[in-house]
Design a binder for this molecule. Sequence first.
Ligand SMILES: Nc1nc2c(c(=O)[nH]1)N[C@H]1C(S)=C(S)[C@@H](COP(=O)(O)OP(=O)(O)OC[C@H]3O[C@@H](n4cnc5c(=O)[nH]c(N)nc54)[C@H](O)[C@@H]3O)O[C@H]1N2
Ligand SMILES: Nc1nc2c(c(=O)[nH]1)N[C@H]1C(S)=C(S)[C@@H](COP(=O)(O)OP(=O)(O)OC[C@H]3O[C@@H](n4cnc5c(=O)[nH]c(N)nc54)[C@H](O)[C@@H]3O)O[C@H]1N2
Ligand SMILES: [Mo]
Length: 724
Amino acid sequence: MKPVKSGGGWRAILYTFSKSREVGGLWKLWKAMRSRNSCKTCALGMGGQKGGMVNELGSFPEVCKKSLQAMAADMQGAIPADYFSTYSVAQMQQFSPRELEHAGRLTSPMIYRAGDNYYQPISWEEVFSKIAEKLKSLTPAETFWYFSGRSSNEAGFLLQLFARLYGTNNVNNCSYYCHQASGVGLTNSFGSGTATLLLEDVEHADLVFIIGGNPSSNHPRLMSSLKHVRRRGGKIIVINPVIEPGMVNFSVPSDPISLLFGTKIASLYVQPNIGGDLALLTAISKRIVERGAHDENFLNTATEGWPDLRNHLAQQDLEELCRLAGVTSDEIEQITEIYANSKNAVFCWTMGITHHANGVENVEAIGNLACLRGMVGKPHAGMLPIRGHSNVQGIGSVGVTPKLKEAIFERLQSNYGLQLPTETGLDTLACMEEAHAGRMKFGLCLGGNLFGSNPDATFARESLSKLEMLVTLSTTLNTGHAHALAKETIILPVLARDEEPQPTTQESMFNYVRLSDGGPSRHQGPKSEIEVISHLASKVLGDEGPIHWSNMEQTGRIREMISTVIPGYQAVKEIDKTKKEFQIEGRTFHTPKFPTPSGKAKLHPHTVKSSNPDNQLQLMTVRSEGQFNTVVYEDYDLYRGVDRRDVVLLNPEDVTRLGLKANQKVTIQSVAGALKNILVYEFPGIKAGNALMYYPEANILVPRTRDPRSKTPAFKGIPIEILA
Ligand SMILES: Nc1nc2c(c(=O)[nH]1)N[C@H]1C(S)=C(S)[C@@H](COP(=O)(O)OP(=O)(O)OC[C@H]3O[C@@H](n4cnc5c(=O)[nH]c(N)nc54)[C@H](O)[C@@H]3O)O[C@H]1N2
Ligand SMILES: Nc1nc2c(c(=O)[nH]1)N[C@H]1C(S)=C(S)[C@@H](COP(=O)(O)OP(=O)(O)OC[C@H]3O[C@@H](n4cnc5c(=O)[nH]c(N)nc54)[C@H](O)[C@@H]3O)O[C@H]1N2
Ligand SMILES: [Mo]
């Protein structure tokens, strides 16, 4: 198949029709998509009380293939009654992620016991007792609790509270493999770990930086905002080692003109090497100051550390920075020129920035660059980490972090008389390492695919298999259920967001809290996540303590607690009655006053080191258009025009230099492992010296190297060798 000329467009619309056939008709899919529930895919935020496919500015319809895929997956029939007795675990291990997802919806609790060949059904009653007994037999430090970002604020809050009252702070979410560097970096720079602006601000910016991300494929709804920016004469600078076709030209499905002719997205496209961003950002900063384009007044009054940063930049050698970044000084000049002339710049970034051993430095360097021209703390400008999962930000806000924010800790203790554990909780990778060392006995996962999302897949499998019990609350099967097998592996089938019997809430990446109405359950069997958590907690901790767990099945009670302990969330208390969705207080900065101790933004000079000292081929592991994280819906990567996943994308120059041939089968070797029978794929869009492979298949190659501050693994920037 040929790659498409532009992203989005007719294919997204045609796809709608083909998906609708799978789920029993267009009307049925339309109704499901329009129900008053927050969108299930990325954190751009759609739906809620405005109805599905409507964004925070009320723009409709914002179509996205990924949301259709997610919806169609939830609308599937139940996994056939004989599935688990037909397919052994060994056979399940041969299934692709898509085959597992397409097996259907999970409807009965299942258990796999080491040594058996098959998963067996188990009753809810029996499984609850089993888990409760196990938890009572362990010390809390031997347990960990992992949360994906699909669940509601209510489920997230309740489960972390259960874990803590049980006695552990080993509570963490998929953010450790995602945007943790953004949270840490933004907090260091501005005292607040999330976007500093609103969706409306983006649409009024005259310059948007998109650094290390591919929103055309991963956040398609952002593309209509980028289209607005271009139509109003604004500019977009894309910084990415790969020319992503959708970032060059995109057909916004909701816009007839854009649909017919496409919309030019990037005004300027600059390709650094993988890991070259810190050098590149430092080079632009240096040139901004040398040209006198910085905002001296803002720097003196609204920031701390300006003299240090000024000295640091003055000492940098521009040629060396360009060499380390892998760009020309001409390209730096072009970016500088555009930025120097912009009045309102927005800085967006994604995994190309955070998935590095210096992810936090990268984010802080973006903060420096924004501060240099006073582009934070005013309308229509600021910092925008483009989040992944639909409620990953909310899960973090409501306390799913090893260390609770001081205010949350205090309020839980004083308002509710709770005794919370104080020992240091572990991040996700640290929990996996403790499990590998045999010190973890039990893991509970609220959604997600902990096995599939981990670096070093071989290690991850070993770690989880050492547990005495692994429990996952899931809607569908994934590779984790087949490959990560503890002594007892338990799957609890849960309801999707739009099937919840009571309203729940979610938080978008713009700090906007939405209300989902829920809806009728599509199947007999799955339970609400909240019901599962409250029931289990009541069995383990009893209803006699300060929390009456059985009563916590009412989402209204959970929201009442959230409203009194989570900063900025007061308005959530009455939300199911008022239906008033709201902007979280204290997170949007339209004046240059920040919640740091001094009220000023903090600048951070960083030493730029080579990200590739041994001059090896550098690998990035990324998503294709046809997948959502570890769930691969289709093998075809539409925008890049790649029709299979067992490939390594290389610049033709590298193919020649390494003495390889297109379509040749090779072995890819890293310090973590090797993958055989990988096809060499010539891809002129990738900068020479860099390679691209698909996650999660390539996770065997990803070492456990991580950023010391965010603990996020370097999923991009893996030195590899290609063995012919
Ligand atoms: N369709 C789809 N949508 C999704 C998801 C999905 O799997 N599928 N997942 C969701 C989630 S959880 C997340 S976190 C987001 C992820 O969204 P993205 O961050 O856009 O996803 P990645 O595929 O990790 O791609 C990273 C991009 O960064 C570039 N890149 C790689 N290394 C570097 C580098 O060193 N520097 C720079 N500047 N760029 C680099 C790659 O070329 C690629 O374009 O998407 C969300 N939305
Ligand atoms: N090599 C490499 N590895 C990576 C990345 C990378 O770019 N490269 N990206 C990382 C990133 S950004 C992330 S966010 C992680 C993703 O890590 P996870 O969030 O752990 O993984 P997902 O694949 O999104 O999880 C999908 C599963 O969630 C379950 N699910 C879906 N909806 C619901 C629901 O409503 N409730 C419940 N309980 N379960 C549900 C389904 O069973 C589905 O199989 O992976 C990380 N790993
Ligand atoms: Mo993510």
